[in-house]
Design a protein around this ligand. Structure first.
Ligand code: AMP
Ligand code: MG
Length: 344
């Protein structure tokens, strides 16, 4: 079992020392827990990919605590990006900008852009400051699996290779950051996340394109971001989506149907017959649903059920990020289920 430490001046010092010595640390952020390492050290970056079994074509997000640190990473900050930084940093938005030579190719999958974010979680900020380095930190889970929103999720996913995990409590946002890049000078939302498309458009005063695969997949949209794959965020238990409760009421009790768990949303009573029901928000609050999403999926996945069913939430605000996670989770291939033991 990995060491989980409460954040204290001493544990922060210990974590910062480990990071400066080239080790990896489980870092709480407001979105999900990150697997953090020195972003300037290619050997450290290689270890992040290795322990996550993450493909090298999937670039990492580099985290900073101070605006001044961005200069070492990014060559040019367009006016739109500056507006987003000023309004949302520290917070759940990642900006993809032209990189400097100091950023190793491994961090960017060889692209000439780097993804940068300033997280808001006080423990992430304290750790970044204590370390004095930008930290590359993808989610602290094996590639393709459910994202970790508690320190225990991290410890359950990895048994070695991480110096320690700082326990910053359950993640407040609960879904990954929104990723924004620029194509021909125009902003593109590459991944829906903790800042809604509506807020992006309001802040920039213009339409923001949505990358294919970055939300409801549709043709003719901007190109997808590398690493933005058709399936992701997947529990081991097969997951089926309900687009509309009215015309697609699940019937788990049917002969041969096996035991099922349900992800539900809103004040309507959940359909009967499910062994376990997780209501993401009884008041239909999308922020609450995002916060609870991964922990609910972790609990259902640990229950040894035959199948999971999830109702989709309204496709607006944080609902876009939630539905994108659910769609990708439901698209996982059958053999994803068999990987549990292999990854341990
Ligand atoms: P994760 O670390 O899994 O939260 O996600 C990082 C994601 O950000 C990647 O999977 C990409 O989709 C996106 N990303 C990171 N760097 C870049 C980049 N240079 N260009 C485009 N997308 C990027
Ligand atoms: Mg991830």
């Amino acid at each position: 079992m990995l060491t989980i430490l409460e954040p204290t001046p001493e544990s922060l010092r210990k974590a910062a020392e480990a990071l400066r010595a080239g080790e990896l640390v489980g870092m709480p952020t407001e979105t999900v827990y990150g697997l953090a390492g020195n972003a300037f050290d290619p050997a450290v970056l290689a270890r992040i990919f290795e322990i996550k079994k993450r493909p090298f074509f999937d670039p990492l997000i580099v985290h900073v605590a101070e605006f001044t640190e961005v200069e070492a990473l990014v060559r040019d900050v367009p006016a739109d990006a500056r507006l987003l930084m000023e309004r949302f940093w520290p917070g759940p938005i990642t900006l993809v900008l032209p990189k400097t030579d100091r950023v190793p190719d491994l961090a960017t999958a060889g692209l000439d852009t780097v993804a940068v974010r300033m997280p808001a979680h006080p423990v992430a900020r304290a750790l970044l400051r204590a370390t004095g380095l930008p930290l590359a930190a993808p989610s602290a889970n094996p590639f393709g699996c459910l994202s970790p929103t508690t320190a225990l999720h991290v410890a359950e996913a990895f048994s070695e290779g991480i110096a320690l995990v700082l326990d910053g409590g359950p993640c407040r946002i609960g879904v990954e950051s929104t990723v924004v890049g620029w194509e021909n000078g125009e902003p593109v939302m590459l991944r829906p996340g903790g800042i809604s498309l509506e807020l992006l458009e309001e802040t920039l005063g213009k339409n923001v394109a949505v990358a294919a695969n970055g939300g409801e997949a549709s043709e003719g949209k901007a190109t997808a971001s590398p690493g933005n794959l058709p399936w992701h965020y997947a529990p081991r238990t097969p997951l089926r989506l309900l687009t509309s409760v009215a015309n697609d009421i699940p019937s788990p009790g049917k002969p041969g149907g096996g035991s099922s768990g349900l992800i539900w949303f809103g004040a309507e009573p959940a359909p009967e017959g499910f062994v376990l029901v997780e209501n993401l928000s009884a008041t239909a609050d999308l922020a609450e649903a995002a916060e609870k999403l991964f922990a609910a999926l972790h609990r259902l996945d640990a229950a040894g059920l035959d199948a999971l069913v999830a109702v989709m939430v309204p496709e607006q605000g944080l609902g876009r990020a939630i539905n994108e996670r659910l769609r990708k989770a439901a698209a996982a291939p059958v053999d994803h289920r068999d990987q549990r033991n292999r990854l341990k």
